[in-house]
Design a protein around this ligand. Structure first.
Ligand code: DAH
Length: 347
């Protein structure tokens, strides 16, 4: 049996000087790269101090190896803990260095944007505000009288059917249009009146490429003495040219219970400029709104003297307008909340 190459005392001394040197070296490292060099020198698996010490364990007398191994592990854990603590302490310094470096790529951000339908509403309000209109609002849960009766719908009108209207109870519906706010506004304020009424409306419609069961409308109402169809036509034509940029409009006769006469306004298709395309179904025109002179019965149900006052009104759907403006083929895209789609229109 050969003499062991190393005594326990020698090993303990080597362990002591390892710790005495490694501790201050870790503390002296002031940045992550220097700390990594210290780690490699003292704790590195390939040829660090610790590796040499563990090799020396094998040169001890067998009887001493268990105690020496335990001491070795204690020292190793202590030095590793000091190193980990130092790594955490240095981390903010490293981040600050990155912030100070202007060539670092910026972190990706997601700025908010105004929804294309809200953009249409905001722009409409701005254009009509310049003409002296104010904004009025009304309730979304509405009485059947305001939603239908006050607006001259006959008692058996099919729109009142359960198939088309969402009833909350016998005497409460989700309003199917913003027109009831015409009557509420006339009851609250004496003419002359010029208001724009934005709001959500609800119908028992399927959710398909051109329908949504809940959608926004913007209603307009003007009531004063001597108002005629010429006022309606001039104002809505002005609006179309402001909103779409110089364009052409046309008025087609139509029917609504609450207006007489009634007309729908089309604008030249912004995608094909009138030559016909998929967006305008080859007609060259896009329907934008319904309008008409306020029916005398509506003025009377609001308590307004229809001999003295006349008025005109319109209702339009800003989602459809957003589709026309951007050539979007499916209304559901506007309601999916997919930022990859909506982000294209962010302002
Ligand atoms: N309320 C109608 C609808 O929901 C739209 C409408 C048409 C409103 C003509 C009006 C109007 O004020 O004059 O379809």
């Amino acid at each position: 049996m050969t003499d062991p190459a190393l005594t326990l005392n020698e090993f303990t001394a080597a362990l002591g000087s390892f710790e005495a040197e490694a501790g201050p070296a870790v503390a002296a490292a002031t940045e992550a790269d220097a700390l990594e060099a210290v780690r490699a020198k003292y704790l590195g698996r390939a040829h660090g101090w610790l590796k040499d010490l563990s090799a020396k364990l094998g040169q001890l007398p067998k009887a001493d190896r268990a105690a020496a191994g335990a001491a070795f592990n204690e020292v190793r854990l202590r030095v590793e803990a000091t190193l980990d603590a130092r790594r955490v302490a240095l981390a903010p310094v490293r981040d600050a260095g990155a912030l100070a470096d202007p060539t670092m790529p910026a972190r990706e951000t997601w700025p908010g944007g105004v929804h294309p339908v809200t953009q249409v509403i905001d722009e409409m309000i701005e254009i009509f505000r310049e003409l002296g209109f104010t904004v009025a609002l009304g309730p979304e849960a509405e009485s059947p009288w305001y939603n239908f009766g006050s607006l001259n719908f006959p008692a058996d009108h099919p729109a009142m059917d359960l198939h088309d209207t969402l009833y909350l109870s016998d005497d409460l519906v989700l309003r199917t249009h913003t027109s009831p706010v015409q009557v509420r506004t006339l009851q609250a304020y004496p003419p002359p009146i010029r208001v724009l009424i934005p709001g959500n409306v609800h119908r028992r419609d399927p959710f398909d490429a051109s329908h949504a069961p809940t959608f926004a409308q913007v209603e307009g109402l003007v009531v004063d003495e001597g108002i005629s169809f010429a006022d309606l036509k001039a104002t809505l034509t002005h609006f179309a040219n402001r909103f779409f940029g110089a364009t052409k409009t046309r008025f087609r006769p139509s029917y609504f219970p609450f207006t007489e006469p009634s007309a729908e306004m089309d604008v030249l298709c912004g995608v094909c400029r009138g030559s016909g395309c998929g967006v305008c179904k080859q007609s060259g025109w896009i329907e934008i709104l319904g309008s008409g002179l306020v029916h005398p019965a509506v003025l009377e149900s609001a308590g307004v003297d229809s001999e003295k006052y006349t008025g005109w009104a319109f209702g339009m759907g800003p989602a459809r307008t957003a589709l026309a403006r951007h050539g979007i083929p499916d209304i559901r895209l506007l309601y999916d909340s997919d930022v990859r789609f909506l982000g294209q229109f962010a302002k």
